[in-house]
Write a protein that binds this ligand. Structure first.
Ligand code: SAH
Ligand code: SF4
Length: 410
């Protein structure tokens, strides 16, 4: 049995900043919008460039949580900023830490309108010896209805703003102490490395290519060399296959791509990933082939959830290899994570191994590893209403996907 520590004291009492919706947050604004804000506050034109650079540095290198922390700015400017804008991140409702160090935050966002229920999302941090991966959400819920996915049963509440996406990264850094001079927590293992968040995966709630502009702005901030500085080679966007958006993802975003393939035939993929009816496999793979600068060092990851008796035959494995021939690819076999009422079961381990052997023989390295982190909570891809109390058994079952996510990054 795993010890799950709820650092909030088990009561789900909020920790972290309370969102003040009367003052807009600077988090997630690009440099042009920051410059506009400073101009509005009366900063002279000739100072704007320098002030924006200072602010950016304090926001994304220093991790300032109050304007008082920004000692590189004049006192007057700090006061002016404090009266008009905030540095709010989403509110942390709870933080849970597994014994293997995986951390999951339940975050509450500002309600759309006063009086409306505040939507909630989840963010997961997975530390390993030499790396740390942050799994971020791009939407509240999902408009798509993949039949094996728990998130798909939740209606979309809304797209996340750039600030809410970047805010997930800042919160993770706040909590694991990845700011200069910050104290690293001792309540769970962290990577034995200088950087604690080395990789970002857009594999939380939502379809990132349906929130493209906000995801792009957020990832530009995440990758900015004068700020958070996580290289685009270490950012992976997972999509259910919105084929017409894939070229823009390659050209405008330039991050690594993961495709939730899950079936090798259109008739089956139409059922598992219904967006396939709009963008069938051939069209999807054409978009993949055209993805910029693919090479053996820069491959597309194909995710394949193993569903017992549905898509896990050895003929399927062979067809998968044929289908991906010529595309620099990694294949990631994900044992299905069950959830209450799910119409599928995970494939038998033996079957997964046989399936994997065919994939291995075709030259794809170890697509399934013995899952690590089965005993911990939090999984990207299965998130539903984050506030839902989960049964411990289900929590453990969800862990399988974490090892799959790590695999994506190899
Ligand atoms: N919407 C995007 C990204 C989020 S889902 C997408 O679909 O790609 C992240 C991954 O988890 C996807 O590959 C998804 O297919 C997978 N996933 C969803 N539900 C799952 C489940 N119950 N078991 C295993 N993997 C699942
Ligand atoms: Fe949405 Fe991805 Fe789940 Fe499909 S698998 S319902 S696209 S989150």
């Amino acid at each position: 049995m795993v010890a799950l520590i709820d650092t909030v004291d088990g009561s789900n009492r909020p920790v972290g900043t309370q969102t003040d919706i009367s003052k807009p947050s600077l988090i997630g604004l690009d440099r042009v919008a920051l410059a506009d804000r400073l101009t509005d506050l009366g900063v002279p034109e000739r100072q704007i460039r320098m002030r924006v650079a200072q602010l950016w540095n304090r926001l994304y290198v220093g991790g300032a949580q109050t304007f008082d922390d920004m000692t590189t700015l004049s006192k007057d400017l700090r006061h002016a900023l404090d009266s008009q804008v905030s540095l709010d991140r989403p509110e942390i409702v709870s933080e849970q830490i597994s014994t293997d160090g995986t951390r999951k935050w339940l975050l509450r966002l500002a309600p759309g309108r006063p009086g409306e229920a505040a939507p909630e999302i989840e963010t997961v941090y997975i530390p390993e010896e030499d790396r740390g991966t942050l799994c971020v959400s791009s939407q509240v819920g999902c408009t798509l209805t993949c039949t094996f996915c728990h998130t798909g049963t939740q209606r979309l509440v809304r797209n996340l703003t750039p600030g809410e996406i970047v805010g997930q990264i800042l919160i993770a850094r706040d909590r694991i102490g990845e700011w200069p001079g910050a104290t690293r927590p001792t309540d769970g293992p962290l990577p034995n490395a200088e950087r604690l968040i080395t990789n970002i995966v857009l594999m939380g709630m939502g379809e990132p290519l349906f929130n493209f502009d906000n995801v792009r702005q957020a990832m530009e901030i995440a990758a900015d060399g004068d700020g958070i500085s996580v290289s685009k080679r270490r950012i992976t966007l997972s999509t259910s296959g919105i084929a017409p958006m894939i070229p823009r993802c390659g050209v405008e975003l330039g991050v690594m791509l993961a495709i939730s393939l899950h079936a090798v035939r259109d008739d089956l993929r139409d059922v598992l990933v219904p967006i396939n009816r709009k963008y069938p496999i051939a069209e999807l793979l054409d978009a993949c082939r055209a993805y910029p600068s693919l090479s053996n060092a820069k491959r597309i990851t194909f995710e394949y959830v193993m569903l017992r008796g549905v898509n896990d035959s050895l003929a399927d494995a062979k067809a998968l290899v044929r289908l991906l021939a010529g595309i620099p690819a990694k294949i990631n076999l994900i044992p299905f994570n069950p959830w209450p009422g799910a119409p599928y079961e995970s494939s038998e381990w033996e079957q997964i191994e046989k399936f994997a052997e065919i994939i291995n023989k075709a030259g794809y390295a170890s697509p399934v590893r013995t899952p690590r982190g089965r005993d911990i909570m939090a999984a990207c891809g299965q998130l539903k209403s984050a506030s839902e109390k989960m049964h411990a058994r289900k929590r453990r079952a969800e862990q399988v996907n974490i090892s799959a996510m790590k695999e994506t990054l190899r």
